[in-house]
Design a binder for this molecule. Structure first.
Ligand code: SF4
Length: 463
């Protein structure tokens, strides 16, 4: 399922078939849409759509094209609208020096006014920036303490510009232009943007993705954007769908309730062990990852529409002592969901269960600190996928976001875990040549941790 984080369904171009189109989105794989406003009237219309359809959310704001006629009283009106529970952002707001439909000094003043509004109502901002990078950045930097998060919508800048916005805590949203035949910058951005800061959108009715360019755009085309990003990054489209869905929920603080048809597998039994599937996110792109080919293991579909809460998993586990082990594994890197993992592990230990984490060992790199002390007393085994005996071979095989630093970071993590976890194991898959397996074994011995050669066919050993 996909989340279109930006579509103007209130636009006149949807006048004739809006209801049919919106009702049909679920069948096209699109579960949710955010409809931003660009005038007072369209902000009102966005709210009406959010009231009419459970899977539509609204943002309210005045687009830079329209700020010349904006009145101070409009800020009060927007503030009142923002109190409606399904208004999830202030937007779209920002600067547009390409069309210059409003004088630039007015654009800047009204951008700041609407940032201050976002600050007062505690909502993130949806930013439009066209040919106005320097001023957009300056205004955001000057007001960063007031801004409760935000997204650079339909981002068209360079990778360097993207990094400036990422450093300010912003998300980056990509739309149809990433699919265009002449696309350059969006492709570079799609390759470089950290997955946990990526959103997808259509900006409907504009910017229709290839191969439908020229037609009216609508949210049902957002899977094409995800598909292109998946191709660029060499990852499954399901992962792009899941990660961007979750990122959108996180940024806009949306509590998405699954309907009865959703079949997310948060826990599953293999043999006499219980496996926990906390996330589909991962900092690696291993060549041998089962996710490249399959939807899951043992008949379970492990792609998630959303990530579970700790309490949901605890409820599903029930009596943990029934299982030989409770294993944090799943279809992604479980330590990315560290707080949930710790809470669940505590609950399992309180029932006398045994716990194991199957991990790629990059948790300290991901969290920017040594997280191993948090395992003390609640994790019995940490099984780290060494996969290769050198940093170069590891990176070639596992394609970590951290480059060749991933290998050393993983070994440091193994060392750190040794102090807090009774059983730490490094593992390799049996497709490695025997001399590489031997070299890997020596690394484990030097670190004073266990070593295991796992069969490639043991599909449950993801990480
Ligand atoms: S095998 Fe494990 S570490 Fe590698 S990409 Fe898959 S989930 Fe991530």
């Amino acid at each position: 399922m996909f989340f279109d984080s930006h579509a103007h369904l209130d636009d006149i171009k949807f006048e004739e078939d809006r209801d049919v189109l919106i009702r049909g989105l679920l069948n096209r794989g699109v579960a949710c849409v955010i409809n931003p406003g660009d005038t007072i009237e369209s902000s009102r219309a966005a709210i009406e759509l959010a009231k009419s359809y459970p899977h539509i959310y609204a943002a309210v704001g005045i687009h830079p094209h329209n700020v010349e006629s904006m009145l101070d009283s409009h800020i009060e009106e927007l503030e009142q609208m923002a109190s409606y529970e399904k208004v999830v952002a202030i937007g779209e707001i920002g600067l547009d020096y390409y069309y210059d439909n409003s004088p630039r000094d007015v654009q800047k003043r009204r951008f700041v006014d609407q940032i201050e509004l976002a600050s007062r109502v505690g909502l993130p901002i949806i930013v439009h920036n066209r040919d106005a990078h320097a001023d957009t950045l300056d205004i955001i930097v000057e007001n960063i303490d007031k801004i409760p998060g935000g997204v650079m919508h339909c981002f068209s800048g360079s990778v360097e510009m993207m990094r400036e916005f990422l450093e300010l805590g912003f998300y980056i949203s990509l739309g149809g232009p990433v699919t265009f035949k002449n696309a350059k910058r969006p492709i570079e951005v799609a390759r470089e943007v950290p997955l946990d800061r990526l959103l997808i959108e259509t900006d409907s009715p504009y910017l229709t993705p290839h191969p439908f360019r020229g037609r009216r755009n609508d949210p049902g085309y957002v899977p094409l954007v995800a598909q292109k990003i998946a191709e660029i990054r060499g990852i499954p489209v399901e992962e792009v769908a899941m990660v961007t869905f979750q990122n959108t929920l996180n940024l806009f603080n949306i509590k998405y309730e699954r309907d009865g048809s959703s079949m997310d597998t948060f826990v599953y039994v293999l043999g006499d062990a219980l496996y926990i599937n906390l996330t589909n996110r991962c900092t690696n792109r291993c060549d041998f990852c089962i996710r490249n080919e399959n939807a899951g293991v043992g008949g379970y579909n492990l792609w998630l529409e959303r990530e579970p809460t700790a309490q949901e998993v605890i409820d599903l586990i029930g009596d943990a002592s029934r299982y030989s082990e409770v294993i944090f594994c799943g279809y992604g890197e479980p330590t990315i969901k560290l707080d949930e993992l710790i809470e669940i592990a505590k609950a399992v230990k309180a029932q006398g269960g045994k716990t194991r984490i199957n991990t790629n060992g990059q948790a300290n790199l991901y969290h920017g600190e040594n997280i191993a002390p948090r395992f003390e007393g609640i994790i019995d085994t940490v099984s780290i996928s060494l996969n290769a005996p050198t940093k170069e071979e590891y990176q070639k095989l596992c394609r970590s976001e951290y480059g060749e630093d991933a290998f050393c970071g993983m070994l440091e993590f193994a060392k750190a875990c040794r102090e807090y976890v009774p059983n730490v194991v490094l593992s390799v898959v049996d497709i490695l040549p025997p001399d590489k397996i031997e070299a890997s074994k020596r690394i484990a011995e030097d670190l004073g941790v266990g070593f295991r050669v796992r069969k490639f066919v043991e599909k449950q050993d993801m990480a």
